[in-house]
Design a protein around this ligand. Structure first.
Ligand code: PNS
Length: 164
């Protein structure tokens, strides 16, 4: 069985992420979306909240699962018996960081390879941080995140701003 891992912080999952996950689901028998810790980021949603949103967003894709893991991606991939890490690339600016991560992950787990899917052009400018900025100021994010989680993100972030 060909298993791929789609890792990320998913804070929150966007339509850009979902596009990559959907396309990966056509290439592999099973895709596991893994919510991992990015030490360089301070998330707005807890890991459980992010996982819950992902589960709702991928509910209609039968060969996609999601879970959280607090550790190294290379270790997680080994644990899940996967041999491929799938990442999306939006622009050349993503490349240097992703290239370094791919090399490190292959050093840590030589049995796994990273493959990059090019973003669909309509999602090129999209990022979780952009979505959060728009939602905090009460903007419409319905073109950027899955419909089933749109309200939760807007409510939560606009409330957070009012509490500040
Ligand atoms: O969506 P992101 O924030 O770009 O995803 C980055 C993520 C979470 C995939 C990356 O930070 C990661 O793999 N974290 C787990 C720890 C790890 O394996 N680090 C790489 C070796 S230093």
């Amino acid at each position: 069985m060909k298993i791929a891992v789609c890792p990320g912080s998913f804070d929150p999952i966007t339509l850009g992420h979902l596009d990559i996950i959907q396309r990966a689901s056509l290439m592999f028998d099973k895709v596991i979306v893994a919510v991992l810790v990015n030490p360089g980021k301070n998330p707005s949603f807890t890991a459980e909240e992010r996982l819950n949103m992902i589960k709702r967003a991928v509910a209609d894709i039968p060969n996609v699962e999601a879970e959280c893991f607090d550790g190294l991606l290379a270790e997680y991939v080994r644990l899940r018996k996967a041999h491929t890490i799938v990442k999306g690339l939006r622009a050349v600016t993503d490349f240097e960081y992703e290239f370094q991560m791919a090399l490190i992950n292959r050093k840590l787990n030589p049995e796994a390879d990273t493959v990059f899917l090019t973003t669909s052009s309509q999602h090129m400018y999209l990022s979780s941080s952009m979505v959060k900025s728009i939602a905090r100021f009460g903007g419409d994010i319905s073109d950027f995140v899955p419909e089933c989680i749109c309200r939760e993100i807007s409510d939560r972030l606009s409330r957070q701003r009012n509490d500040e």
